[in-house]
Design a protein around this ligand. Structure first.
Ligand code: ES4
Ligand code: ZN
Length: 352
């Protein structure tokens, strides 16, 4: 049987079927960024919060971003509906369901505690809700996960240190789940070096370390995240192509980048997906992964991110396999689980 003309002219069509169902890891997703407008309205009503938007449609219409800050302003406003452990449970359970539909079998999920503690919500409340959803997903569906506590870089390091100290009992209570710290929010003007002390404490404690760097910020911020914070992965890192020595370093040391293609085009890091640096980095041997960042705001979960970048950059079957595999290689899981998940991917890839 010959393929239809549309298949013949679309090299990514055959590949599409295969990767949509492939088991994957998602290593860069903010739980607050998975709040769909419908859930924002439902939680606002449940909690008696008045939103400055008349309807779900009006809120969605406001999702026209010009840069990172224009997004963050709306993202923090949306996150204000999260108040009770039940709310944190519900947003987490909804994310897991949606991610599972895209083949995600392991997720490492950021949360921004300072966004909530400033409103009087305790770390206990956040963790209790998220843990209940993630433990259930693990038991019922075999969905494995980690949580990464992310510091807001537009706030002071003292604020981050206070947050870190307050979280110490939670690292003890949820050692299987809460396994790392990260750094996010407004990048320009807030270099990684600003958070040297809090990352040193987390490192001494043996936590996994990641930082957003080279999203809007320069390659120098990526060097700082590696040299000063000593992170294990870089979130975004898409501007690393501006520094050939950095690309060589990332490839040599196999520092994974958690790339989020739809985020980068929605926030105008790239004017068009065809300008995305993912393939250049992949060709140079950098361990790039594909992730959704804030899928409720950027127009797609993990498969939509793969599809968009695969089509724009003409990624072939082998390249997609490598990116998916990189996700498991870069996951903060033990070697037994890593081998199991890669074997599942290989079994799928060979027969699909
Ligand atoms: C974020 Cl896209 C992005 N960049 C930096 N910080 C963030 N927090 C949530 N999404
Ligand atoms: Zn992010």
């Amino acid at each position: 049987m010959s393929p239809t003309p549309s298949n013949a002219t679309s090299p990514s069509a055959a590949v599409t079927q295969k990767f949509t169902r492939a088991p994957k890891a998602e290593l860069h997703v903010h739980i607050e960024g998975t709040l769909e407008p419908e859930l924002i309205f439902a939680l606002a009503q449940r909690n008696g919060v008045t939103l400055p938007y008349a309807s779900v449609e009006a809120l969605r219409d406001a999702y026209a971003f010009t840069d990172l800050q224009s997004f963050l302003d709306i993202y923090y406003a949306g996150a204000s509906v999260l108040q009770t452990a039940e709310d944190f449970h519900d947003v987490t359970a909804a994310y897991v369901e949606r991610a599972r539909a895209d083949g995600v079998v392991h997720a490492e999920i950021f949360f921004d505690p300072q966004t909530h503690t400033v409103r009087g919500i305790s770390l206990d409340t956040m963790l209790a809700g998220m843990e209940r959803a993630l433990a259930q997903a693990e038991q019922r569906d075999g969905f494995s996960s980690r949580l990464i506590l992310s510091f807001l870089r537009h706030l002071s390091e003292d604020d981050a240190l206070e947050t870190y100290q307050a979280a110490l009992p939670l690292f003890d209570r949820y050692p299987h789940r809460l396994t790392g710290v990260g750094l996010d929010s407004s990048e320009l003007g807030h270099p990684p070096s600003k958070f040297a002390r809090v990352f040193a404490l987390a490192r001494e404690r043996g936590l996994k370390l990641v930082a957003h760097a080279g999203e809007e910020g320069p390659p120098a911020y990526i060097h700082e995240a590696l040299d000063i914070l000593q992170v294990h992965r870089i979130d975004h890192g898409v501007r690393s192509t501006e520094d050939p020595a950095l690309i060589t370093r990332l490839a040599r040391d196999q520092i994974a980048l958690t790339v989020c293609p739809l985020s980068n085009t929605k926030l105008k890091v790239f004017g068009d997906m065809r300008e995305h640096t993912l393939k250049q980095m992949l060709d140079a041997g950098v361990a790039v992964t594909v992730n959704s960042d804030d899928p409720a705001y950027f127009g797609g979960y993990v498969n939509a991110n793969y599809a968009a970048v695969a089509q724009a950059l003409n990624l072939n079957d082998d390249e997609l396999y490598r990116i998916i595999r990189n996700g498991f290689e870069a996951s903060f899981i033990d070697e037994t689980q890593r081998a199991t998940l890669i074997a599942r991917l290989d079994a799928h890839w060979q027969v699909a």
